[in-house]
Design a protein around this ligand. Structure first.
Ligand SMILES: Nc1ncnc2c1ncn2[C@@H]1O[C@H](COP(=O)(O)OP(=O)(O)OP(=O)(O)O)[C@@H](O)[C@H]1O
Ligand SMILES: [Mg+2]
Length: 269
């Protein structure tokens, strides 16, 4: 009997009890895109499609114990980092990533949900920039996060997004994938990959649906999974963008919850 190899992809993020975002979205996206998913849960959130009602951070010792348990046994090829919440958690996770040195690291600098719920303490943005970004192959900010990382004004339309490129290119990280989902009045939903001097736009028509809960988590988890399978950064972004696009389209036909529903991660089944 031959052994079946799947890349092992770790997500370090918060739990979304509603199942649409966070750890739950990541595990679904990694599984659907060909990886074996494992997880370090940084916080529990009481959450549904309508919003977050409570957040309970995981004690630091328990985050460390999860990281050590995984890295001492599983050959993790790629890591996706999502919600970290506070400075102590950022430091704990960064220390483990420096110690265990996974081959690929995607950092989704989660700061605020699309419903406006804050997921990162104010003083943590600087810590994220200093401790975690230098370790990342790619970071995946949405537009409010890209603006917050630079302390710049929030672009309101497509033409203003370019004003962030020079500042983002200066950040101490591998590449930056800026996500355009926030541009809700535009007919398209482009993402831009800044890599060295190069800018490449991955453009898709905007899907008219309220069901976009967890799109960012899903995209960054799929990206980590494709990187873990050996695709180049550009090819991995292209595939991850294609995956989220199809998942949003399929999710637009589902009714789950009464608010912003999730995407359909397993549209291909
Ligand atoms: N309505 C839409 N139609 C097509 N693509 C979309 C739509 N909304 C978001 N996307 C795409 O989904 C991906 C995630 O981007 P988005 O800007 O929504 O991230 P985010 O704000 O971090 O999401 P989250 O709310 O999960 O944190 C990007 O590739 C973006 O272009
Ligand atoms: Mg996000």
């Amino acid at each position: 009997m031959s052994i079946k190899q799947k890349p092992i992809i770790l997500t370090i993020a918060g739990s979304d009890s509603g199942g649409g975002a966070g750890i739950q979205a990541d595990i679904k996206a990694i599984s659907a895109t060909g990886g074996y998913a494992c997880s370090v849960i940084t916080a529990l959130t009481a959450q549904n499609t309508q919003g977050v009602t409570a957040v309970h951070p995981t004690p630091q010792a328990m985050i460390e114990a999860q990281l050590d348990a995984i890295f001492s046994d599983l050959s993790v090829t790629a890591v996706k980092v999502g919600m970290l919440g506070d400075v102590a958690t950022i430091r704990t996770v960064a220390a483990a990533l420096r110690k265990y040195k996974p081959t690929h690291l995607v950092v989704d600098p989660v700061m605020v949900t699309a419903n406006g719920d804050m997921l990162l303490a104010d003083d943590a943005v600087q810590c994220l920039r200093e401790e975690l970004l230098p370790l990342a192959d790619v970071i995946t900010p949405n537009l409010p996060e890209a603006a917050a990382l630079l302390a710049a004004p929030l672009p309101k339309q497509m033409a203003e997004v370019e004003s962030l490129f020079a500042g983002l290119a200066q950040l101490d990280c591998g590449a930056v994938l800026i996500k355009g989902g926030f541009l809700q009045q535009e007919a398209r939903s482009p993402d831009w990959l800044l890599s060295g001097e190069q800018v490449r736009c991955f453009d898709t028509p905007r899907i008219m649906t309220p069901n976009t809960h967890g799109t960012g988590c899903t995209l960054s988890a799929a990206l980590a999974c494709y990187l873990g399978q050996g695709f180049t950064m550009e090819a991995a972004v292209e595939q991850a963008k294609h995956y989220i696009d199809q998942a949003i389209l399929a999710g637009s036909r589902m009714r789950i919850g009464q608010g912003r529903g999730p995407v359909d991660h397993f549209f291909a089944l």
